[in-house]
Write a protein that binds this ligand. Sequence first.
Ligand code: Z5A
Ligand code: MG
Length: 211
Amino acid sequence: MMGSTIRRGTLIVLEGCDRSGKSTQARMLVDSLTQEGHPSKLMRFPDRTTTLGKTINDYLTSAVEMSDQAIHLLFSANRWEAMKQMEADLNAGTTLVVDRYAFSGVAFTAAKGLDLQWCKNPDTGLYAPDVTIYMDLPVDEAMRRGGFGEERYEKEDFQNKVGQVFMQLRTPEWKIVDASPSIDSVHTTLLDIAKTTIDRAAKSPLQRLQW
Ligand code: Z5A
Ligand code: MG
């Protein structure tokens, strides 16, 4: 049969500090892309629904304690356990909009003072995003949004450190988006980035994360 090759799906990652609107925007992006005829699926890390994810949730809600190294590896393993399904979805032409990924993994652990390269190693070889969108929001503005302060890492000093590591991880390919305008306005910006990336990504093979 000729001309029936399926365009691969695109891997779109949303990163950023707490309350920058990642989850809100990831949901809206999947809805708009789907409506515009791009099959899309929402994913989030940590995925708290798996066995590993339940332990991560217990850690985040301070129900259990764990060493910094052990929890770091669990967050990474929680991504690795999703890779098979992600590969299947992308090969079937489904675009994945991922709410946090390996960059959060590194930023949160390195902010505790652990070696940056050590933090990167377990996530090396994961599928690399076709685009990483960084939602940029000053921490004091984030704190005025709903829900801040209920989980382990939701403290101003720590969030500032996390933001500094994110800026060390950024590459010229990252899209830095001002997350302070209205939800609809940020959505318009993200949809534009997503559609441009979908057009471009179909022409190139999926990469692995090397850092
Ligand atoms: N973590 C880690 O340590 N290692 C890892 O490998 C990974 C994660 C993957 C839980 O993550 C914690 O795990 C997280 C990092 C760590 N800890 N911290 N901090 P999570 O993703 O499950 O966290 P979350 O509970 O979803 O919160 P969040 O991601 O920080 O929030 P968000 O998704 O960026 O924001 P939101 O839920 O879309 O919006 C927050 C509020 O602001 C909400 O009331 C919205 O209605 C409002 N909002 C959103 N956009 C706007 C605009 N534009 N204007 C005004 N108000 C807005
Ligand atoms: Mg979220």
